[in-house]
Every structure is written in C-alpha cells, then in structure tokens.
Unconditional design. Sequence first.
Length: 283
Amino acid sequence: MRRLHAALLAVMCLMTSGAGTPSPFLRVAAISGVTGPCEAPAASTPTGERAYYDHLARRLNAKVLRCPVVDAAAAAKSLAAGELDLAVLDPSAFAPIATTTRAILTVRPKGGVNRIPVVLGVKAAGPIKTLADLRGKSLVFGGRTAAALDLPRLALSQRGAPMTFWGRQDVAADGDVAVAELRANKADAMVLHAAAWQRLCRQNSPKLAPPCADLRIVSRMRPQATRAVVVRRDIADETRLRLIGIHMPLHLENAAAFAWATSWAPDAAEFEPAEALALVATR
C-alpha cells in the first residue's frame, strides 16, 4: 500500500509540469471483431465494460468513447493515425508504431513480481562488451527469490540468452555473494535485480571511491510485457499521467471496472506503470 501511495504522489507531482492541453474526450479501442464509429457506451454494453468507461469519464472529467476495431493490429494502426487515444496492444501490434506511441501501464499477476529492472554485470577490465560476448560463459544469479532468479531468467531468455545460451549457471545465496564470485573469477557475469545492484554499488559519498568501479554494466533490462496499455506519444502529459494515476488503484476502487479492464490478463492483481518500450525486448 505504501508503494501505491508513493507512486500516486509522484504522478500528482509530475502532472504540474505536463505539456499540451488535455482533450475533452478519450477514444478507447474496443477490440470486438468489427469496425465501427466511436460512440458513448450503449445501455446494452456489459456491466463491467460500462463501469470502466464511466470510471474513466468521472476521473478525467471528459467524455470517454468506445471505438470498435477488428483486432489489435487495427487498433495500433488507428492509434498511430490519431483516430484513437488508448488501446491494449501486444508486442507484434506495437512494433510497427513504436516510434509514435508508448506504453503507460502493464498488469502484475497475483503472486507475481513487478517488472523491475535487471542488471547484467561483468568485470570492467575484461573483454566482454555485449550480451553476445557471453555465449558459452558462466553466469551467477544473486539469490533464489523470484526477483533474483525467475525475473532475470525471463528477461535474459527474451533477449536470446536462455539457459542453453550459458556454459554454466550458478545461484548464489544473495547479491553480495554473487559479486564476490564475479570478482574472484568464479563466474564470467552476474545478474542482479536493480535494487540489489543499487544497494551494493551506490556511491554514498563523492569523497569515497565508487564501490563497483571494477565492474561494468553490460545491459539493463526489464522483462518484455505480453500486453500493455498504449497511448500516442503526442497525448497531453496531464492526460497520460492522470490515466496512470486512475488505473493504479482501480483494483481497490472499482472491482467491476478492473475485472473488465484486465480480462486479457489472467489472475491480474493490479496495474503498474510501464516504460515507453515495455513491449519491446531491448538489449
């Protein structure tokens, strides 16, 4: 709960610096197998879907329109053409429009971890510069928790480095032990979640030497999202940030709207903010 409150406070603060003028309406893609005009939800619209549109309309103080589209690819094309303002897309639909649109939200599954960044590191003095250089090399993970093991494995696999990519994989007790193994040449690379890297490698004072000056980051990555809420890059900053702030507590404030809005994500626990390229497996 504290994390949610902190994130919402950050969104509210950022809203004060937004550029652009919010629109009096929001056009939402409704992937329904048919194409139709953007209209206010009809009385026959299913209860959960209507609850979602009504919730957005009240919080944005704007008219929210339902825009039927055939599929995700059609939604992406209409979004890039300026005919829509918001759509839920998968990586294949997002790829052709990645330069003109951006992800703003993904969904965390129940019992799952957030899509926190993962850091792949090597010794700075060595020859390894890229992930490809590590093929057949040894890797050490910084623990057995989901964030320390499952999350990095997923992120690496999505970037062409599954378990078979590595010559050997070890799992250390924690991040401290993983760093020690890397420094002792017991592994060619280590992978930590961002919080562990920050704890171990943050420079607490400019008067002190950086604690990880002997290490180099090969890649920072997050697991690629399977689907994300996407908006155009030219949408007003205030609208984009308000949409994030509206969706994050939706599971607490409007269960019916949340259930419909996350029907594409089994066992959804909550919405979480996403980076612009959440649907791209960047290296």
